[in-house]
Design a protein around this ligand. Structure first.
Ligand code: ADE
Length: 368
């Protein structure tokens, strides 16, 4: 294919020149020339592991305002961090965040180590995150390869082996391109290119700084790369959440077991989420003896490995004691507990369906 042979070599310089004009302004990014704070880079990378930039931004701002340094985060109770993480998902990240901050504070004098190898030894830091921090915060020529970068490189070199087989070739090709000058900007430029130009669908190839170098584009196959294995259907699991309201209005609030799905998070009492529990046996799992009624409808929530159908049973007016692992919480405490998204959906489900729920009305005081 003559046209492929005539392509220019893709250069880091072309990408960096593009980045200087088009870089996204993100809260964890320093302005050109300023030194990146490893704590902020680490925090942003952990948040961005399974979360979009748009969703991560407000959490990043809230965390850095509340805990401006890694020492502050290390000193915070885990429950506060889990509650502040509520809604971001993948809660193991929050537990590892705390463990990592504590390790940095206790074993590294409050300073992040500055090599990929030492970073990888910390809780929650895998090869991608270690490389991203080493490059962005410490200027090391490390190849940070996430899903976006895999897509860019698979297209640039028309690597058409399916994933995950293609990973080694993609990694090597990326490593060969990382410049010794500005490796952190190179890593971030790759991320921006993948997010804004070399998108999964309908890539904007005409705007790409590597247009004249891209083998995938030249061969007309860019959009089809990388080749992904067919996704297995997620199995469906059923579970039941219990909404118990005390005579005094408080609600039964539980804490998830330390390990496993939503580990350590505040939650409504529920059957094990990963077991498939039919609603007709719900009462075997109820937290207290009471008259339970099943609320109409159900909640759908998608976890990484399964799709959950959550049924809600409710009871009101009880005076029972809260069983071990739970407590009676006021509406305000429930609001502040930091429920994960699936449990927020369950609470909203109850609110929509509970007839006769006392609604506190406030009289509007009008000016003038
Ligand atoms: N995705 C992962 N890390 C990122 C970063 N530092 N900037 C933008 N997008 C990213």
């Amino acid at each position: 294919m003559a046209h492929l042979n005539s392509l220019a070599q893709p250069s880091a310089a072309a990408l960096l020149a593009w980045y200087d004009r088009h870089r996204r302004d993100l809260p964890w990014r320093e302005h050109s020339g300023a030194c990146a704070d490893p704590y902020r880079i680490w925090l942003s990378e952990i948040m961005l592991q399974q979360t979009t930039v748009a969703a991560a931004k407000p959490y990043f701002r809230a965390f850095t305002q509340r805990w401006p340094t890694v020492a502050d985060l290390a000193a915070a109770p885990l429950d506060d961090i889990l509650a502040a993480w509520a809604g971001l998902g993948y809660y193991a990240r929050a537990r590892n965040l705390h463990a990592c901050a504590r390790t940095v504070a206790a074993d590294h004098g409050g300073r992040f180590p500055d090599t990929e190898e030492d970073l990888r030894a910390l809780p929650g830091i895998g090869p991608y995150t270690a490389a991203a921090i080493a490059a962005i915060a410490f200027g090391r020529p490390a190849a940070a390869v996430d899903g976006n970068v895999e897509r860019v490189i698979a297209r640039l070199f028309a690597i058409d082996d399916p994933l995950p087989k293609a990973k080694a070739a993609i990694r090597d090709a990326t490593a060969a391109m990382v410049p010794s000058e500005r490796p952190g900007d190179f890593a971030q430029a790759m991320m921006d290119l993948g997010a804004t130009i070399c998108t999964p669908k309908r890539p904007a190839c005409t705007l790409c700084p590597w247009l004249g170098s891209c083998q995938g584009e030249a061969a007309g196959v860019a959009e089809r790369l990388p080749v992904k294995p067919a996704k297995a259907e997620r199995p469906v699991r059923r579970a039941i959440a219990f909404w118990a309201q005390h005579e005094d209005g408080r609600i039964l609030l539980a804490r998830r077991p330390e390990h496993g799905l939503l580990g350590g998070m505040a939650a409504l009492w529920a059957t094990p989420l990963t077991a498939d529990t039919a609603p007709n046996v719900a009462l075997d799992f109820a937290p207290i003896e009471a008259e339970w009624r099943r609320l109409p409808g159900e909640i759908e929530h998608v976890f990484t490995h399964f799709r959950l159908r959550l049924f809600v049973f409710a009871t009101r007016g009880t005076t029972a004691a809260a069983p071990l692992g739970s407590r009676w919480a006021t509406e305000q405490e429930l609001e502040k507990a930091g429920l994960p998204t699936v449990m927020r959906k369950a609470v909203a489900h109850v609110r929509e369906r509970q007839e006769g729920r006392p609604v506190r009305r406030r009289r509007r005081i009008r000016n003038g």
